[in-house]
Design a protein around this ligand. Structure first.
Ligand SMILES: Cc1cc2nc3c(=O)[nH]c(=O)nc-3n(C[C@H](O)[C@H](O)[C@H](O)COP(=O)(O)OP(=O)(O)OC[C@H]3O[C@@H](n4cnc5c(N)ncnc54)[C@H](O)[C@@H]3O)c2cc1C
Ligand code: SF4
Length: 518
């Protein structure tokens, strides 16, 4: 007989880890199933070569593209999920993102809930994840019921200069919201040491507000919470009519184990959650669990992103670069009728990381050239919203492997944003200092494997014909199955997704608490 819990949560990342945290104090028996282990704490955490070149912390999974070509997805199977490696830029979606938005390639659909519905949960998530920020600088941000729990992370001199230049030019640069445990008022006692190894690296000193450190670890030792690592969920079983999940099938140390819970929550990441549901087909759910609408796996999004290194003659000796954002092009402007997206900083380039990200660079730039390039670069991250296209989808084959079909959308908007960045750089006087007399920008389009911001695949909504989940993130077709990772996003906006997943997990957590209350 399967061991029985009140709640089983599959995946311990931004969604699942946060949900476990939200439910732990209820006293209910919670089982957290995580296919990875704790990320090892070692010097390699802060090594560009192991992290970016050798991909030490990337899963060995093989996924397949639309043409059946195998690729290695940049997914991370650890307690804390992708947040172990994330840049901890913890943005709220803008109020407008919750409504319908017209894009060059189509419509970004409205959410079934509004920004106001999410606002208290955003505030709670910011408190939990210790977000540093400065409200009121970004004209696109929504109202807030609580201030940021921590002051914004300060700009280093080069970034302050860029920010000042932008403000003088009529732009609205703002301090980017960051989830790092930095106490600038008391640096000797600050957990975060403000280093250059944040964005894309695990934090060696456990100062990043990730789902492992913030949400899961504090629960260890609680009598009502059990964490099983190395526990890969392969399938969910249901009762005959298919309304109730009765068994969570786990592969662990090569053995098959089955667990049962009154409530089962999937939070394995957008692609893997779809994989579990699709691989759980049965007589009652012949096309996959909760998939009567044929929506499971569809509407996969992962942002239309570019990383840009802008070179200047003067050195950029910034250490922690991720402090500035610009949303002047986030929505339509008087010059362009479509939204272009968000501009923010990305972790500071270094020669080794550049070698990993862009092997072509090493063909025409010898080692000294890369080092020089990295020292002089100011590094930007451009995000344009991609649309939830039904044909952009996760499917699985007869062996249960993930196939990911994806064609980009809104490329014109992404180009527009790149153009705006170039104008900004010229405007801030950087053109005059470029190493190569003319502007020289190296852009790296993020390929399919860079699925860091994956979302969609099980969107929530009010209509069971067009959505997988209801507004509480419960599957329309089942009574005890929920999904709380980024799968639930009906659209993705153009800011980083993690805070929205965390806020939603707190929201759904409150719903489940009430449901389980005596
Ligand atoms: C390098 C990088 C940088 C990023 N930077 C940012 C940023 O600055 N800001 C931001 O907002 N977002 C950022 N993101 C994205 C952010 O981390 C994700 O949006 C967020 O973690 C998604 O949460 P999730 O719960 O959907 O999935 P995850 O956090 O990935 O959690 C999924 C969990 O499920 C586990 N799992 C998967 N399959 C199974 C299975 N079958 N059985 C059991 N467990 C399973 C995984 O191991 C994982 O722990 C970044 C991501 C990466 C990779
Ligand atoms: S900047 Fe702070 S949180 Fe980020 S990796 Fe360095 S010490 Fe860790």
């Amino acid at each position: 007989m399967a061991e029985h819990y009140d709640v089983i949560i599959i995946g311990s990342g931004a969604g699942g880890g946060t949900l476990a945290h939200a439910l732990a104090s209820s006293g209910k028996r919670i089982l957290l199933l995580e296919r990875g282990d704790f990320l090892p704490r070692e010097m390699d955490n802060w090594g560009a070569k192991p992290v970016f070149v050798q991909g030490k912390y990337i899963s060995k999974d093989a996924w397949f593209d639309r043409d059946g070509q195998e690729f290695q997805p940049q997914v991370h199977y650890f307690v804390g999920g992708a947040t172990k490696l994330y840049g901890a830029a913890l943005y709220r979606l803008r109020p407008g993102d919750f409504g319908e938005i017209k894009h060059v390639d189509g419509i970004s659909p409205a959410w079934p809930l509004s920004y106001d519905d999410f606002e208290p949960w955003y505030s709670a998530a910011e408190q939990l994840y210790q977000v540093h920020g400065n409200a009121g600088e970004d004209p696109t941000e929504g109202p807030r019921s609580q201030p940021y729990p921590w002051p914004a992370v300060s700009h280093e001199p080069r970034l302050q200069q860029i920010s000042d230049d932008l403000a003088k030019g009529g732009y609205h640069p703002f301090h980017a919201p960051c989830g790092i445990m930095l106490n600038e008022a008391d640096r000797p006692r600050s957990t975060c040491i403000r280093c250059a190894w944040c964005d894309g690296y695990p934090c060696l000193v456990h100062a990043k507000a990730d789902a492992d450190i913030i949400a899961v670890r504090p629960l260890l030792g609680r009598p009502n919470v059990t964490l099983l690592t190395g526990a890969e969920v392969t399938r969910l079983e249901t009762d005959g009519p298919g309304r109730t999940v009765t068994g969570v099938v786990v592969s662990r140390d090569g053995a098959r184990e089955v667990y049962a819970g009154d409530i089962v929550v999937i939070s394995a990441g957008a692609a893997n959650s779809a994989k579990i549901l699709l691989n759980s087909a049965s007589d009652a759910h012949p096309h996959g669990l909760a998939n009567g609408s044929d929506q499971v796996g569809r509407n996969y999004m992962f942002h239309n992103c570019k990383a840009i290194a802008a070179l200047a003659k003067e050195k950029n000796d910034t250490v922690y670069q991720k402090t500035l954002g610009i949303n002047d092009f986030y929505f339509a402007t008087k010059d362009y009728e479509y939204p272009a997206g968000n501009i923010q900083m990305v972790g500071k380039s270094n020669a080794e990381a550049m070698r990993g990200e862009q092997p072509q660079l090493t063909w025409f730039a010898p080692e000294w050239g890369l080092t020089d390039t990295a020292e002089h670069s100011v590094d930007w991250w451009l995000t344009t919203e991609d649309l939830p296209a039904p044909e952009n989808r996760v499917t699985t084959d007869k062996d249960g492997n993930v196939h990911l079909a994806y064609s980009p959308t809104n490329a014109e908007e992404a180009d527009r944003l790149y153009g705006e960045l170039k104008k900004i750089l010229n405007h801030t006087g950087m053109a005059a200092h470029h190493v190569f007399r003319k502007n020289f920008y190296m852009d790296m389009a993020i390929p399919l494997a860079g699925c860091a911001h994956q979302a969609g695949t099980c969107r929530f909504g009010t209509d069971p014909a067009t959505s997988v989940l209801d507004v509480d993130c419960k599957a329309h077709e089942l009574d005890n199955l929920y999904v709380v990772d980024t799968s639930f996003f009906p659209s993705i906006g153009a800011v980083n997704p993690a805070l929205t997943a965390m806020a939603n997990a707190l929201r759904v957590g409150e719903h489940i608490r009430q449901r389980l209350a005596p």
